[in-house]
Design a protein around this ligand. Structure first.
Ligand SMILES: *Cc1c(COP(=O)(O)O)cnc(C)c1O
Length: 361
């Protein structure tokens, strides 16, 4: 059987070092906002090529805190891709802002730059791009639009640790990069975690307050904040895994390359372009008979996933926000997309087996 993912297996190469770090943190007696978090923040900022990094509790909080650090007014509008994971949209709603869905480019699955200007109104305050599946959005085209219209740019990098466009890494284009360290992500913790990257001294100070009850000095509160911190133990584990992030990404890229070469052309494969360094958090294909294909693979011992079966505007919870609106490309993707095994724990043989099976479908 070829599993879609196995987090126990994935973390095995790091287990010995994790145990050493667990002992060290236990010994230190310091569990929240200490040396481990500081050191992780320093090394992740350096890895990305960003001035600052701030650990927070999870990816959704990273997005939400980024929005909260501005004085946006209720009803202000934020552009967001129509085919993203629900968390991106939730962060906007949590802040009392209005999500405005923008359809993706079917070739890249990322926000289509050509549709941005027609979505901008007097109330638009920000763009939240998502580097979906591990491919950077077309930031070389989108950033000039954000600058022209003076919009805040927040990048959802939850699927794009280490991805780059023309050598510039995800999380360094906009005002903020928001990362998740959910265990399945390319850089995954052993629990929840997240962070924000930014080049702005002012924004880094704001987040440092906001994540810690609005305080940077114990028992003195400057602003209304929340409790959203990365803990020392997760930071210690993340420091271990960060040293192998390039290796993890390269491994996933090599499996993706096998799919690209091996899969017959009945399957719509991801577009690869030399300007883009894709890290394949997800390797997806599209096929008109997606559900039958998934069943066929399952019967033959290959597990797959769908990212995602229901687009945000079709989610029950979201109906009041998007009543009657049409997003045909998001629907097309959600009906036809299938994610194939592409984990750090998969081997080339695993992928070759999946390819052989798929080509007989
Ligand atoms: C995983 C993910 C998030 C949310 O991260 P959590 O740490 O689970 O809150 C947000 N956006 C995208 C695109 C994601 O894949």
């Amino acid at each position: 059987m070829i599993e879609y993912e196995n987090l126990g297996q994935l973390n095995k190469p790091f287990a010995e070092e994790y145990r050493r770090q667990l002992d060290a943190v236990l010994e230190s007696g310091w569990f929240i906002l200490g040396a481990q978090v500081k050191e992780f923040e320093r090394s992740f900022a350096a890895y990305c090529g960003s001035q600052h990094c701030l650990g927070v509790a999870n990816g959704l909080d990273a997005l939400t805190l980024a929005l909260r650090s501005y004085s946006f007014q209720p009803g202000d509008e934020v552009l967001v891709p129509s085919n993203t994971y629900i968390a991106t949209v939730l962060s906007i709603i949590q802040c009392g802002l209005t999500p405005v869905l923008v359809e993706p480019d079917l070739a890249t699955y990322n926000m289509n730059p050509a549709l941005i200007e027609s979505a901008i109104t007097k109330r638009t305050v920000a763009i939240m791009v998502v580097h979906l599946y591990g491919k950077c959005a077309a930031m070389d085209q989108i950033m000039p639009l954000a600058q022209k219209h003076r919009l805040v740019m927040i990048e959802d990098c939850a699927q794009a640790h280490g991805a780059s466009l023309k050598g510039k890494k995800a999380g360094t284009f906009g005002d903020f990069g928001a990362f998740s360290f959910y265990p399945t992500k390319n850089l995954g913790a052993l629990g929840d975690g997240g962070c924000l990257t930014t080049d702005s001294e002012v924004l880094q100070r704001k987040i440092a307050y906001l994540r810690n009850y609005g305080s940077d000095r114990k028992y003195y509160n400057e602003v209304i904040g929340v409790n959203s911190r990365l803990d020392e133990l997760q930071a210690a584990f993340l420091r271990v895994k960060l040293r192998s992030l390039d290796k993890i990404n390269e491994h996933k890229r090599s499996l993706a390359a096998l799919y690209q070469q091996g899969l017959k052309s009945d399957f719509i494969k991801p577009v690869v372009h030399p300007d883009y360094y894709d890290v394949f958090h997800i390797y997806n294909i599209r096929h008109p008979r997606r559900d039958a294909l998934r069943e066929y693979l399952e019967k033959n011992g290959v597990k797959t996933e769908i990212h995602y079966p229901v687009p945000p505007h079709r989610q029950k919870a979201m109906l009041p926000y998007f009543q009657g609106a049409q997003f045909p490309l998001a629907e097309e993707i959600h009906l036809t997309t299938l994610s194939l095994p592409v984990s750090y724990m998969h081997t080339a043989d695993d992928v070759t087996r999946v390819i052989e099976l798929m080509n007989k479908f």
